[in-house]
Design a protein around this ligand. Structure first.
Ligand SMILES: [Ca+2]
Ligand SMILES: [Ca+2]
Ligand SMILES: [Ca+2]
Ligand SMILES: [Ca+2]
Length: 385
């Protein structure tokens, strides 16, 4: 009598199980398991052979999938298929995530994403793509979702220090907040404080008749005029002395350097002014140039002067020991009667109410503010220049 078919199948299964010893034939979806234990398609591979189908419970420890996406995180990157959950160790090199990362990447992408994320990250990256931090200051550009308001200037950054200039240095949306960025300027009869960055003017008080003025190293304001040498302190002007020794044209430019040495320029001549006695002494001839209205000393004690010519004024540099002037270039505006060195900038103030930023290398000026009702006669440098 023939045995029945179900009984034969049961006997064959027993024979195969007994012959296996260590490993058991696989079934289900884990077909590439070359050396691991028997499973039903739900365990991970422990050898370096890729799955052709996806694991349903655990992830590969060494080999990227070539087929379907994982339902749990890889420890190696997929090369062709997007994860549905984040990698825990390695970034994708080619494929964008289709779901948001739930934790920060521990390594940067080696190339920019080719597609935008469909959901935001829940934690920040620990490093930034170089393309999102071009100035390498450690903060990503606004265009990358970062908070670096100028990704071309490393000194402009969220933890930057605010300074007097035209830039919001710390990316908080305000410029020069908490700082006094003003310098003194005067018209024929009034003293003002000017903020060249905000474009504001504040009337302080009236002035005596002044040719020009400047600040000393301690910030004290000194002025010269036909009646003498003046000092401005505690909100009021006082006469220090008369001025003696002026020959030729009256001075219309006045500047004090970092050592307290005071200069004046007038007509075609350069002078030194003694702030103790009011005595004016000739240094020398300007060498063919005429003082337009002011001279100024910058932070490194270089002396500049606006020189009047045909039409627009020139910026010239003066040798403090001989008085000889050297032309730098045209400012581009006439009647630049005031010059000031302020926070690293060189500004000119003219008879039309303009505040002009001057390039000290080329002499070229550019209007940054205008006060249409004011005629500037003089300007004083900021204490720190
Ligand atoms: Ca940056
Ligand atoms: Ca920056
Ligand atoms: Ca700011
Ligand atoms: Ca600023």
């Amino acid at each position: 009598m023939m045995r029945s078919a179900p009984l034969l199948a049961a006997l064959l299964l027993v024979a195969c199980t007994a012959a296996d010893g260590v490993d058991t034939p696989e079934r289900g979806s884990d077909r590439a398991d070359a050396g691991g234990p028997a499973d039903g398609g739900s365990e991970s591979d422990t050898v370096a052979t890729p799955d052709t189908l996806d694991d349903t419970l655990q992830d590969d420890v060494a080999v990227a999938d070539s087929g379907e996406p994982d339902t749990a995180a890889d420890t190696t990157a997929d090369t062709t298929v997007a994860d549905t959950t984040a990698d825990t160790a390695v970034s994708d090199t080619a494929v964008s995530d289709t779901a948001a990362d739930t934790a920060a990447d521990t390594a940067p992408d080696t190339a920019p994403d080719t597609a935008p994320d469909t959901a935001p990250d829940t934690a920040p990256d620990t490093t930034i793509d170089p393309a999102c931090d071009r100035d390498n200051d450690g903060f990503a550009a606004l265009s990358c979702g970062g908070d670096d308001c100028n990704d071309n200037l490393a000194r402009v950054r969220p933890d930057g220090s605010e300074g007097c200039d035209f830039t919001d240095n710390n990316c908080d949306g305000a410029n020069n907040e908490g700082l006094d960025c003003t310098f003194y300027a005067h018209t024929p009869s009034a003293l003002y404080r000017i903020d060249p960055f905000a474009g504001t003017s504040t009337l302080v008080t009236s002035t005596p008749t002044l040719w020009d003025f400047d600040t000393d190293t301690d910030g004290t304001l000194w002025g010269i005029g036909p009646e003498g040498l003046y000092r401005f302190a505690s909100g009021a002007w006082s006469t220090v002395s008369g001025l003696s020794g002026v020959t030729g044209s009256s001075p219309n430019g006045f500047a004090i350097d970092s050592t307290g040495r005071a200069y004046a320029t007038g007509g075609s001549q350069a002078y030194q002014v003694n702030l103790d006695t009011g005595t004016v002494a000739l240094i020398g001839n300007l060498g063919g140039f005429t003082s337009s209205g002011d001279c100024v000393v910058d932070k490194s004690d270089t002396i500049y002067m606006s020189a009047s010519g045909f039409g627009e004024d020139d910026l010239v540099r003066i040798d403090g020991s001989t008085g000889a002037a050297t032309r730098i270039g045209p400012i581009g505006f006439p009647s630049v009667y005031g010059l000031t060195a302020a926070w690293g900038f060189l500004f000119g103030l003219d008879a039309s109410g303009n505040i002009i930023e001057i390039n000290p290398t080329t002499g070229r000026g550019n209007i940054v503010q205008n006060f249409p009702r004011l005629v500037w006669y003089g300007a004083a440098s900021s204490a720190g220049r």
